[in-house]
Write a new protein. Structure first.
Length: 719
C-alpha cells in the first residue's frame, strides 16, 4: 500500500479534474452555459461563496472545460490595486492580448504586434505600426495627459474579437476588490453589450454581489449565479475523502474501518467545507503514515493536531478571538453551540431550538443558565447582541478554530445554522415518523385555508406551472408527493396537517401535506400527544389542525412539472425514493413504474440501471437489455463510474436468459476488465443467472463484488 505520499492537499486549490469532488450541480451549470456559448451569445457566470469555499478550484474546472470545448481562455487574479478602471482594464487587455497571440493571431508571440506592444508597455517606446490603439492610449492616461477612453478600449477589444477564430472565456478571481469601484463595474457592464464573443466568469464572496446588483440592475440579467458553498450532501463529502486515496491506488476500505461512520463524522465536524475535509484527512493520513493509527480515524489526538496546525500555520492571524475561544469553559461552549444552531438567533430562539432538538425534551442549559452564559460571553467580547440577534465575533479562521477546539472537548458546534422553523419542522417529522417525502412547509402561517387552497390551485395551473411566486419552489417540493398520491388514488383532495406552537415567546408553524388520506390513529394518539406534552413542559402550547385541500381544477402533474428544471429534479428524487421503497417491499412492478417516472423527469445512469434491475426481477429480459444500454448513454461522474460495470452485468444476465451466450460473454468480460471501484453497498442490487438441476439457467439474488460474480457467471456459461 503506497503510504509514502499524502494525497490530501489542503494548501492548494484543486487543479486536476480527476481529484475534484462533488459540485455536480455547479459543474452541470458550467457545462451547460459553456456549451450554449458555442452557438449563441454567451451568458456570463458569477461564482459566489465565502473564502476557502472552493471558488478557485471551481474556476480551475471552468478553465479545463472551456479548453476542452475549444475556447480561448484568459485568466488572472485581481489585486487590491486593480479596483479602479485604468489598472483593471490595462491588466484585462494585457491578459486577453497575450492569450490571443499565443494562439498565433496578430503574428504570434514572436510577431511584430506583440513585440511592439511589449516595447511600448515595458519601456514607453512608441512604434508606429502597432495595429491597436489602446496600448499607446493607456500610456498617455497613466502619464496624466488624458482621461481613459472606453471607446478606444472597446474598438481594440472588438478588433481582437474579430481576429480570433474562437470565442474567449475571461476568468477573474478575487473580484471583491471591485466592490469599491462601481465605475469599473459600470464600464464592464457597457462592454458586455457590445462584446458578443466574450464570456466572463467572475468569482467573489457574497459581499460583492449587492454592489454588482446595483450596477447591473439586476445581476441576473447578464450573469448566471453559481453558488459555491459547503457540501450539503454527504455523498460529496464522501467523494472528497475517497477520491484522493483511489487516485494513488489505495483501496479506501484498506484504510477506513467503517466508511459510513467516518463520512458522517467528518461531514458533521467540518460542516462539509472542502478545505477542512482535506485538512482533517491530511492529518489522519499522516497519523497512519507515522504508525500512530492503523486507519483513518477521528479522535481527540487527530483533532488536537488539526487545531495546532491551524494555529501554527495562521500564527500571524491568530488574534485575540482565538485565544479567547481556547480559554472558554464548557458551559460557555455549550451556550455558543445553542446560538450557532439557529440562524439569526435571539436568546429566546436559541433556547427554543435547543429544547426542540434534544430528544428527551431537556435543554443542555436552563433558560437562566443560558442567559447568564450569554451575558458572560458578551462581557468577554466573544459575541455581540444587536437588535436582539446574537452573533459570534471573529473571522473565518476564528470560526474554524473554535469548532475544532470545541470538538476536542466533545462540544460540536454546527457549521449550518438553520431557521428555527426548520428545526421545528424537522423535529416534528422525526417525532411523527415521516420519511424524506414529507417536506415540512413553514411559510403558510399567514394564509387562511381558502387562500392556501387558492394558492395551490393557482400554482398548479398551466399559467403558473413554473413555480412562480415568492415561495413557489418550496410549495412544489412540499406538495408534489401528496398531490401525486391523491391523484393516483383517485381522491379529489389531500390533507395538510398543521402544527402551531407557542413556546418561549416564539410562534412556530409547520405544515405537512400528507401522502395518505390522513394520519394513522396511533400516530395521532401517541406521537402527537407526546410532542404536545414536551412543548407543554416548557410552558408552551401546541395546536394541531388538519386542513382539507380540494384538487378540483388541478391538472395532471406530468404535464406541469417539466416546466421548471429544479422542481422536476426534486420530483425525480421523490420517485427514485419511492422506487427503492417499493423494491424493499418486494413490489417490483411498482418499483419499475417509479423509476421510469424518475427517468422521465430527470434521466440518469443510476436510475436506468435501477429500472433494468427491476426488469430482471420481473423476467422481462429484452427490456432489461434495452434499459441497461440506455444507462450507458448518460454521463457519470468519476465517483459513479461503478455504474458502468453494473449496467454491463445486468445486460449479461438478460442475454443469458435470452440464450444469447456470446453477447453475455462479451458483456461479462467488460465487467471483469473494469477498473471502476464498485462500492459494496451496491452489490445488494445484483441478481445473477445460475444453472438449475436440468442445466438450464434461472435468476436468483447474488451477493459479493460484481466482478467476482461476473467471473462466476462466465465460468458457468463456458462449463
Amino acid at each position: 500500500m503506497p503510504l509514502d505520499f499524502n494525497p490530501y492537499d489542503f494548501a492548494n486549490p484543486v487543479q486536476d479534474g480527476d481529484v475534484f469532488a462533488g459540485r455536480k450541480a455547479q459543474r452541470d451549470d458550467v457545462k451547460y452555459y459553456l456549451n450554449q456559448a458555442r452557438w449563441t451569445r454567451p451568458m456570463h457566470l458569477a461564482l459566489t461563496g465565502e473564502r476557502s469555499a472552493g471558488k478557485t478550484s471551481m474556476l480551475n474546472m471552468v478553465a479545463q472545460q472551456a479548453k476542452m470545448l475549444d475556447f480561448s481562455v484568459v485568466r488572472f487574479d485581481l489585486n487590491i490595486g486593480d479596483a479602479t478602471p485604468t489598472p483593471f482594464f490595462q491588466r484585462l487587455y494585457d491578459a486577453i492580448l497575450l492569450a490571443i497571440v499565443k494562439e498565433g493571431h496578430f503574428g504570434g508571440i514572436e510577431g511584430r504586434t506583440w513585440c511592439s506592444y511589449r516595447d511600448l508597455v515595458d519601456s514607453g517606446v512608441h512604434v508606429g505600426d502597432l495595429p491597436l490603439r489602446f496600448p499607446s492610449h493607456v500610456c498617455a492616461v497613466m502619464d496624466g495627459t488624458r482621461p481613459l477612453s472606453i471607446a478606444v478600449l472597446t474598438d481594440d477589444l472588438l478588433a481582437i474579437q474579430a481576429e480570433s477564430t474562437k470565442k474567449i472565456v475571461v476568468i477573474l478571481d478575487e473580484c471583491d476588490v471591485l466592490s469599491s469601484s462601481p465605475e469599473t463595474l459600470q464600464i464592464l457592464r457597457n462592454l458586455f453589450t457590445v462584446l458578443d464573443r466574450f464570456m466572463f466568469v467572475i468569482a467573489g464572496t457574497p459581499r460583492l454581489f449587492p454592489v454588482i446588483d446595483d450596477v447591473f440592475s439586476p445581476i441576473v440579467r447578464q450573469f448566471k449565479k453559481v453558488s459555491i458553498s459547503a457540501f450539503e450532501d454527504e455523498a460529496e463529502t464522501e467523494a472528497c475523502i475517497l477520491q484522493p486515496l483511489e487516485i494513488i491506488g489505495i483501496e479506501p476500505n484498506d484504510l477506513i474501518a467503517n466508511r459510513q461512520a467516518l463520512v458522517n463524522e467528518i461531514h458533521d465536524l467540518t460542516g462539509g467545507r472542502p478545505y477542512e475535509i482535506q485538512l482533517l484527512c491530511h492529518t489522519m493520513f499522516r497519523r497512519v503514515q507515522e504508525g500512530s493509527e492503523p486507519y483513518l480515524i477521528v479522535n481527540l489526538e487527530a483533532l488536537e493536531q488539526v487545531r495546532l496546525d491551524l494555529e501554527h500555520s495562521q500564527a500571524h492571524n491568530l488574534g485575540r478571538m482565538s485565544h479567547l475561544y481556547a480559554g472558554l469553559k464548557p458551559s460557555s461552549l455549550v451556550a455558543i453551540q445553542m446560538i450557532q444552531r439557529v440562524r439569526d438567533a435571539t436568546r429566546d430562539s436559541a433556547f427554543t431550538g435547543s429544547v426542540l432538538e434534544v430528544s428527551n425534551g431537556a435543554a443542555e442549559l436552563s433558560k437562566a443558565e443560558f442567559c447568564a452564559e450569554v451575558d458572560h460571553l458578551l462581557g468577554l467580547g466573544v459575541i455581540e447582541e444587536s437588535d436582539s440577534n446574537l452573533r459570534l465575533l471573529g473571522d473565518q479562521f476564528d470560526e474554524v478554530y473554535l469548532r475544532y477546539s470545541a470538538a476536542s472537548r466533545n462540544v460540536f458546534i454546527s457549521a449550518f445554522p438553520v431557521p428555527l422553523e426548520v428545526v421545528f419542522g424537522s423535529e416534528l417529522r422525526d417525532v411523527l415518523g415521516f420519511d424524506k417525502d414529507h417536506v415540512p412547509h413553514n411559510s403558510w402561517s399567514q394564509l387562511s385555508v381558502t387562500a392556501l387552497q387558492k394558492r395551490i390551485v393557482g400554482m398548479l395551473s398551466q399559467e403558473t406551472g413554473d413555480g412562480a411566486g415568492h415561495h413557489g419552489y418550496q410549495d412544489w417540493i412540499s406538495l408534489y408527493p401528496a398531490i401525486y398520491q391523491a391523484q393516483r388514488e383517485g381522491r379529489d383532495h389531500f390533507i395538510v396537517s398543521s402544527y402551531i406552537a407557542e413556546l418561549q415567546g416564539v410562534t412556530l408553524a409547520a405544515y405537512f401535506p400528507l401522502m395518505k388520506a390522513g394520519l394513522e390513529e396511533d400516530v395521532v394518539s401517541d406521537s402527537v400527544e407526546q410532542f404536545k406534552s414536551r412543548v407543554s413542559n416548557f410552558g408552551g402550547e401546541l395546536r394541531v389542525v388538519d386542513l382539507r385541500i380540494s384538487l378540483d381544477g388541478v391538472g395532471s402533474l406530468e404535464t406541469l412539472l417539466p416546466v421548471n428544471e429544479n422542481i422536476a429534479r426534486s420530483a425525480g428524487y421523490f420517485h427514485e425514493r419511492q422506487g427503492f421503497s417499493a423494491y424493499r417491499e418486494g413490489e417490483f412492478e411498482e418499483s419499475l413504474i417509479q423509476f421510469k417516472k424518475a427517468i422521465a423527469l430527470r434521466a440518469s445512469a443510476g436510475r436506468a440501471i435501477a429500472a433494468a434491475f427491476q426488469l430482471l426481477l420481473l423476467g422481462r429480459w429484452a427490456e432489461a437489455v434495452e434499459m441497461s444500454d440506455l444507462s450507458m448513454k448518460y454521463p457519470v461522474e468519476r465517483e459513479a463510474e461503478y455504474l458502468r460495470p453494473l449496467a454491463d452485468f445486468d445486460a449479461a444476465v438478460a442475454h443469458v436468459m435470452l440464450g444469447e451466450f456470446q453477447k453475455s460473454e462479451t458483456r461479462l468480460e467488460a465487467v471483469i476488465a473494469s477498473k471502476a471501484s464498485v462500492a459494496e453497498r451496491d452489490t445488494i442490487y445484483l441478481v445473477t443467472a445460475v444453472r438449475d438441476e436440468d442445466s438450464s439457467f434461472v435468476v436468483e439474488q447474488a451477493s459479493g463484488e460484481v466482478r467476482e460474480v461476473a467471473a462466476q457467471l462466465l465460468a458457468a456459461i463456458r462449463a
